[in-house]
Ligand binder design. Structure first.
Ligand SMILES: [Mg+2]
Length: 259
């Protein structure tokens, strides 16, 4: 059973890329080019900035202190006033679990985004991760496990960054959901969500009849009850009644489908 939900904010709860990122990045690059940013460095920044953030890409490129300062001040001065959450963010209210927002970046900017988006009441706790790496996320997630007295398998992590929250969640054995609203790098996650209101689907492909009732139940208890499940089987059985299926499809030899 899932007891704790950990949400990322940027590109998960609002369109950071479309509403802020592209504009800030252009302005940053324009200013930095006047102070020596090369075309090669510009290419790397354009490729990496959206998923890693400025600090990580600046360290990766070993930028001079002067260029880092230009980047940081452009970032801090960006106009946040028109940002809006994705229109399905309100659904978070419906979840009964404890909900934690773990977001990375400068404390002042992240807190201002949270204030303008009006999302603070949706969460039991808000943490700003100043480093944004998988190591810092790992440390924060471990602290949350201890504080809320939950096991990793009782925690679901939802975020877009394969190298930060998703990697940390995977390493700790949490359930990970990568949010792919923008075509960012797809990483390794348990589930992927591309559009709003999309519920993860689990496919149990013809395995249940191999098991006795006790083991069948064990398998089904491992699965989250709230997810959509598709169970396939080759024999007429009592499975639909046992698992209270919403709809049963019959496929005949000739490929005819009825329900
Ligand atoms: Mg993010």
């Amino acid at each position: 059973m899932i007891k704790l939900l950990i949400f990322d904010m940027d590109n998960t709860l609002f369109d950071t890329y479309g509403q802020l990122g592209v504009h800030v990045l252009d302005r940053m690059i324009e200013k930095m080019k006047k102070h020596g940013l090369t075309s090669k460095q510009e290419g790397v920044m354009r490729e990496k900035y959206m998923t890693t953030g400025f600090r990580t890409v600046a360290n990766m490129l070993k930028l001079s202190e002067e260029l880092k300062e230009i980047g940081k001040s452009t970032y801090k001065d960006m106009d946040l006033s028109r940002i809006k959450p994705f229109d399905d963010v309100d659904l978070i209210k419906e979840f009964k679990q404890k909900k934690i927002l773990v977001t990375s970046g400068t404390e002042k900017v992240q807190n201002e985004k949270i204030r303008i988006l009006g999302i603070a009441p949706l969460f039991d706790e808000i943490i700003v991760d100043l480093y944004g790496s998988s190591e810092s996320r790992d440390k924060i997630f471990r602290e949350l496990l201890e504080k809320y007295e939950v096991k990793p398998e009782e925690v679901m992590v939802l975020g877009d960054n394969a190298e930060a929250e998703i990697a940390a969640g995977n390493n700790l054995g949490m359930i990970t959901v990568q949010i792919l609203r923008r075509p960012f790098l797809k990483g390794k996650a348990d589930y992927y969500v591309k559009t709003k209101n999309e519920v993860p689907i689990q496919l149990i492909d013809d395995i249940l009849l191999e098991l006795d009732m006790k083991n069948m139940e064990k398998v089904l208890n491992l699965l989250n009850r709230d997810d959509q499940k598709i169970i396939t089987t080759t024999e007429r059985t009592k499975l639909p009644e046992i698992f209270s299926c919403d709809r049963v499809f019959h496929v005949t030899k000739k490929g005819h489908i009825s329900w």
